[in-house]
Ligand binder design. Structure first.
Ligand code: NAD
Length: 337
């Protein structure tokens, strides 16, 4: 059993911990918290060994009646590998600590790409992370685009990608983020920084992205145009995408016409936290006009990177090939339709 520590038990960290625990070949060695808040209480209730992020806060945990098993260094010592899900930039500060303890780590999308040996998406470049000590799982948006672009590139060839990313203002817990009643070009500069992040997965891809931020917390929504190198039929492209395990082609008959309904669908299905791990591509939006492919896809920002973190661990420790790892992760999570 691979012993996995999770440093940073926030939106992504708590989900990755639960996903790791659900796997047959890995388990949680511990999670860290900065303070004895409700999430720390939740980690204890979930049965995870809990570590404070530094010596100074240990007393705070004890005063709050929450026993801790040590500090982050102790957790790293108890782990074969760490998933670092701390806020952007903090992961890079932790890397020397992981290195000093000879412990590999998986970082998240807000870290600069050079924090790791490779950026990672299970569908597109699993093998690049094989035997790597430091891997970065790309952001929610880049994960969503990579899953969509990989089958299109392999089957039809891609000449150019143009995508507008309509991004949620904040996650449901982030009541300090906005806008509250506006639509922001964000960033105003065109093309946005998202395209270069996709190029950390597809180095030769020609891609321009534009970003917007809107007052929503549920999901991101991508408006995608890909100029292909061939002229497939819309129906064939729909079938190609439908065969991908982490693409949910939303059928017309479902009556799902919004991000809110997608989240409700996941809650009705009993998904933990109502999480949608797959890209949601509206079937009716899949259109090919000559060589131009179009679609709308929704991305649940809190959830889509979670199975990718699990697969990154298997790649780093050579525990399975891409197909087997994705199948194992999906089966353990119940990500099967
Ligand atoms: P978050 O703020 O919800 O969680 C971060 C956690 O790290 C918090 O629990 C915080 O208390 C803890 N933390 C802060 N400083 C720490 C320290 N010094 N030591 C240990 N723990 C510390 O953030 P998040 O949304 O989970 O994002 C984490 C990473 O995941 C970022 O790189 C982010 O870009 C990436 N990511 C986030 C989303 C998303 O939509 N939330 C999606 C994909 C990727």
């Amino acid at each position: 059993m691979l012993q996995v520590g999770v440093n940073g038990y926030g939106t992504i960290g708590k989900r990755v911990a639960d996903a790791v625990r659900a796997q047959p070949d890995m388990t949680i060695a511990g999670v860290t918290k900065t303070s004895p808040d409700f999430a720390a209480e939740g980690a204890r209730t979930a049965g995870y060994p809990l570590y404070a992020c530094d010596e100074e806060s240990v007393d705070e945990f004890h005063a709050a009646g929450l026993a801790v098993d040590g500090t982050v260094g102790d957790m790293v010592d108890a782990s074969d590998v760490v998933v670092d899900a701390t806020p952007g930039g903090v992961g890079a500060e932790y890397r020397p600590l992981y290195e000093a303890r000879d412990t590999p780590a998986v970082f998240q999308g807000a870290e600069a790409p050079d924090v790791a040996e490779t950026s990672f998406n299970a569908r597109a470049n699993f093998d690049d992370a094989r035997d790597a000590d430091y891997v970065r799982v790309v952001s929610c948006n880049t994960t969503g685009l990579s899953r969509l672009l990989a089958p299109l590139a392999e089957t039809y060839g891609i000449e150019k990608v143009r995508t507008t990313l309509v991004r949620r203002g904040g996650d449901p817990t982030q009541s300090d983020r906005g806008p509250i009643n506006d639509i922001l070009p964000d960033p105003v500069e065109v093309p946005s920084h998202h395209g270069p992040d996709v190029q950390t997965i597809f180095p030769d891809l020609s891609i321009d992205t534009l970003g917007l931020t809107v007052p929503a917390t549920l999901m991101h929504l991508h408006s995608v145009n890909v100029t292909l190198e061939s002229t497939p039929d819309s129906r064939d492209v729909c079938d190609l995408l439908d065969a991908e395990s982490r693409l949910f082609v939303v059928p017309e008959r479902s009556g799902i016409g919004s991000c809110g309904q997608l989240r409700e669908y996941a809650r009705d299905a009993g998904r933990p936290r109502g999480d949608v791990w797959e890209n949601c591509v509206w079937g009716e939006s899949i259109t090919v006009e000559e060589r131009d492919f179009y679609c709308f896809q929704a991305i649940h920002q809190e959830a889509d990177v979670v199975p990718e973190n699990v697969d990154a661990l298997r790649a780093m420790f050579d525990m399975a090939d891409a197909e087997e790892s994705v199948a194992r992760t999906n089966a353990a999570l119940g990500l099967e339709r």
